[in-house]
Write a protein that binds this ligand. Structure first.
Ligand code: HEM
Length: 157
């Protein structure tokens, strides 16, 4: 059971991190083209990928994590777990607006493509917010990886 949980947990971590990084890369590359039709297509795919892969992993990760902790005898009040959970919430707080912004970016780019107009100012403003939100989320996940792998003895209370 422990091996299976660990396998699913690490698989979830891979999907979470890999999809996030992949999405960020392809969105930035699409944005660089300044072509509304291309951006609309990539942003549309990104919205689907976030729903299918990221959202699934986001829900499964704490579940497999909690089950793994129970299996291995780690209390959830253990310092590195509490810190990871806090960072996980921080990641979620930055990720949720990102998902909403991606839908807006897709819609704005689709509209610009349909009207054969350049991308509107609102698009560029939202893209900057989207980009800025990615950084704290990315570093929070890196910190979680580190905490999960090193499991430092942290006394919080
Ligand atoms: C959200 C709540 C989470 C909980 C409660 C949790 C809990 C755990 C536990 C109990 C372990 C096993 C520690 C041990 O072997 O003694 C573990 C390992 C691990 N976790 Fe998490 N985890 C969570 C989220 C995450 C996230 C978000 C990631 C990365 C994106 C992640 C990546 C890992 C990795 C890479 C390991 C190492 C597996 C190994 O060394 O065998 N975990 N986690």
């Amino acid at each position: 059971m422990e091996d299976l949980l660990r396998f699913v947990h690490v698989l979830g971590a891979t999907v979470l991190f890999g999809t996030g990084l992949g999405i960020a890369f392809f969105m930035v590359m699409a944005n660089r083209t300044r072509d509304p039709a291309k951006i609309a297509h990539v942003a549309g795919t990104v919205v689907v990928a976030d729903t299918v892969f990221t959202a699934t992993a986001v829900i499964l990760q704490p579940i497999t994590g909690a089950l793994l902790a129970r299996e291995l005898g780690w209390p959830l009040s253990e310092g590195w777990i509490v810190l990871s959970l806090a960072l996980y919430i921080v990641t979620g707080l930055f990720w949720l607006p990102v998902v909403a912004i991606q839908i807006r970016l897709r819609n704005l780019a689709s509209q610009a493509a349909a009207d054969q107009e350049p991308l509107p100012q609102a698009y560029h403003r939202l893209f900057r917010i989207w980009f800025a939100c990615g950084f704290p989320a990315f570093f929070a996940v890196l910190a979680i990886f580190w905490l999960m792998l090193t499991r430092p003895a942290i006394v919080l209370f």
